[in-house]
Design a binder for this molecule. Sequence first.
Ligand SMILES: Nc1nc2c(ncn2[C@@H]2O[C@H](COP(=O)(O)OP(=O)(O)OP(=O)(O)O)[C@@H](O)[C@H]2O)c(=O)[nH]1
Ligand SMILES: [Mg+2]
Ligand SMILES: [Zn+2]
Length: 358
Amino acid sequence: MERAPDLLALGLDDRVRALTAGRGRNGELGRVIRSDRGFAFVVTESGLRVARPATRLVKQADEGGLPVVGDWVVVSGDEDDEPLVEDVLERLSAIMRRDPGRASRVQVLAANIDTVVITHPIDSPAKLGRIERELALVWDSGALPVIALTKADLADDVDAEVLAVGDIAPGVPVHPTSTVSGQGLDEIRAHLGAGRTLVLIGPSGSGKSTLVNALAGEDIQTTREVRMSDGKGRHTTVARELITLPTGGAIIDTPGLRAVGMWDSSEGLDQAFADIAGLAEGCRFRDCTHDGEPGCAVEAAVVSGELPERRLESYRELQAEIRHVNEELDVRARQERKQADKRLARDIRRFYRSGGRS
Ligand SMILES: Nc1nc2c(ncn2[C@@H]2O[C@H](COP(=O)(O)OP(=O)(O)OP(=O)(O)O)[C@@H](O)[C@H]2O)c(=O)[nH]1
Ligand SMILES: [Mg+2]
Ligand SMILES: [Zn+2]
């Protein structure tokens, strides 16, 4: 009973309970607070379990079926057995990017999050194209994006950066933050609360862990510094990790992303580029690709200066990337169908050869 509040602090609610109810699942419910080299660290009612995924889940790895940080899972095995993650409960939200190491595979960065804080430093001008990519993934995830422009204490012109980023992020709150002056921390804190989960994503060195420490308070900072030190004097984050805050809510720190490849994220793209989607309603053709067609309102907006050309190019690039991913997925699906057909044909041959006794 003593540990039960842990799961509540981790966001256990009726929705999650409903996902496990009445399905006859054996095992214990828990939330993944860290996934590292094939192991899931799961907080359950009886404490922390370090579990491997069951074979069934490993087989679904290509489709993002392995447990990731933030997942609600069912863990089997009593204290003596090796614990296994038997089931990953349906995700309410999930950030997915193209796996940088494996072609046409998806990588799920975090699951069941409410808010994604995209962190970008403004000690030099913000990288707009990079932010646009991240926004497309986040809008596609089902969570709400927030942008933190970090290291504001080192920026030449904070207001100019906020304006420039605001222009490429329709509908997204943009907060300059500084862990030196404390600027913007309350604005980020406003997205944390009991039962809510917030994740930080962004390039390495953009200040995610520093922000987590500032939000969490000193206790966590000292333990983390010891744990995360790699002996080289840098505290680069190596695993995605979920931390509960004394003030309520959970925060997931992630290692910096080098590449942000699009997945099947076209809905997210349209939301991230709501300005272009809005202009496109004025195009003469409904399937206008804004690439030389007559009566294109989007290109007209570029000519009039209303829409920066950089923005349209960025949109086109991401759209092409998503199209490419979908083509690859189609090819893979066809190959898998073909293999399944071959297996079936072989089984039928065997059946007839054996005189109908299978
Ligand atoms: N001046 C200033 N420096 C900051 C601020 N936030 C972070 N830094 C510094 O930026 C460096 C990188 O910060 P981290 O928090 O480790 O960055 P990270 O995003 O977690 O990096 P990875 O774990 O590699 O992805 C550290 O030296 C921090 O002290 C800030 O608001 N102002
Ligand atoms: Mg870090
Ligand atoms: Zn058009």
